[in-house]
Design a protein around this ligand. Structure first.
Ligand SMILES: C[S@@+](CC[C@H](N)C(=O)[O-])C[C@H]1O[C@@H](n2cnc3c(N)ncnc32)[C@H](O)[C@@H]1O
Length: 269
């Protein structure tokens, strides 16, 4: 089995609030982006790999009609939360506890999406085989969309924000996650056979997604990072970041980044 970070899988339901904050914050850009691909190409059979507790996918399903969604995750507890929420909302998403590439048989998808999942696969060779498996499980002309976080070095002259960014990178390194996997993905897609490959980086800031979503996300990240790697997220630093977020008066505009990598199965330009 390809090795996925235990830190991410084992942490269980504590991650639900951070995934929800990510859905709210990045969803401002991610929903229109995915809806554009789904609607322009008339896609109706979609798989979300590494769906977590499904909050992002539920938001996507609520914005579409006539699309059948399958959703899988390695983490059974998160899948159960997704199932329960889906039941309440009556969206018809098919949540399953499964490991993509190991014990998941369904194929012939119009679109496979993976959001913040690939960065947690430890070995680059396993990332390549993950991408090859997506290719096998798409129908002809089907689409792959990979959305990832991107830990950039660019910074503003604000000491609290600098500490957040430095520690974030340290957390990624410490759990062997890939802070800039976006840079490797286009080549990986090409090697798997994908065509029409596109890759882009998005600026996530109070200006692009709104101050409330932005600072809420920074607080949720601080909480989860300090659970995963408490050694360098001291209580003092956590308090400093929380009050910095609440004041909402940084010296300059703080920026986070995400990446989109898109490919299509076999169609020529
Ligand atoms: C950081 S979470 C992202 C959750 C969700 N996609 C979101 O955007 O909020 C990544 C999830 O991918 C799952 N995952 C990683 N590799 C997987 C695989 N091969 N099969 C199924 N789930 C996988 C992990 O268990 C984890 O819950």
């Amino acid at each position: 089995m390809s090795q996925v970070n235990k830190a991410i899988i084992d942490i269980n339901v504590q991650v639900a609030p951070v995934y929800k904050a990510q859905s709210d914050a990045f969803g401002v850009l991610d929903y229109p982006f995915l809806l554009d691909i789904i609607n322009k190409n008339g896609l109706s059979k979609v798989l979300d790999v590494g769906t977590g507790e499904g909050s992002f996918l539920i938001g996507l399903a609520q914005r579409t009609t006539n699309v059948a969604f399958d959703a899988i995750d390695l983490n059974k507890n998160l899948v159960e939360i997704g199932k329960a929420n889906n039941e309440i909302l009556g969206l018809g998403i098919n949540f399953q506890h499964a490991n993509f590439g190991e014990n998941y048989a369904e194929s012939n998808y119009d679109l496979i999406m993976a959001r913040f999942a690939v960065e947690h696969i430890v070995e680059l060779s396993d990332i390549n085989s993950f991408i090859s498996t997506t290719y096998e499980k798409l129908r002809e002309n089907g689409w792959l969309v990979i959305i990832e976080y991107y830990v950039h070095e660019l910074d503003i002259d604000d000491s609290t924000w600098s500490k957040f960014r430095e520690n974030e990178l340290a957390t990624y390194k410490s759990i062997k996650a890939h802070p800039r996997i976006a840079l490797k993905l286009p080549e990986s897609l090409r090697k798997a056979g994908y065509k029409n490959i596109r890759s882009s980086i998005n600026h996530i800031s109070p200006s692009t997604i709104g101050a409330e979503f932005f600072y809420n996300l920074v607080q949720e990240y601080t909480k989860i990072y300090s659970k995963i790697t408490p050694d360098f997220w001291t209580n003092e630093l956590t308090d400093e970041i929380f009050s910095w977020c609440n004041k909402n008066q940084p010296k300059g505009e703080p920026l986070l980044f995400t990446s989109y990598t898109v490919g299509q199965k076999t169609v020529a330009f």
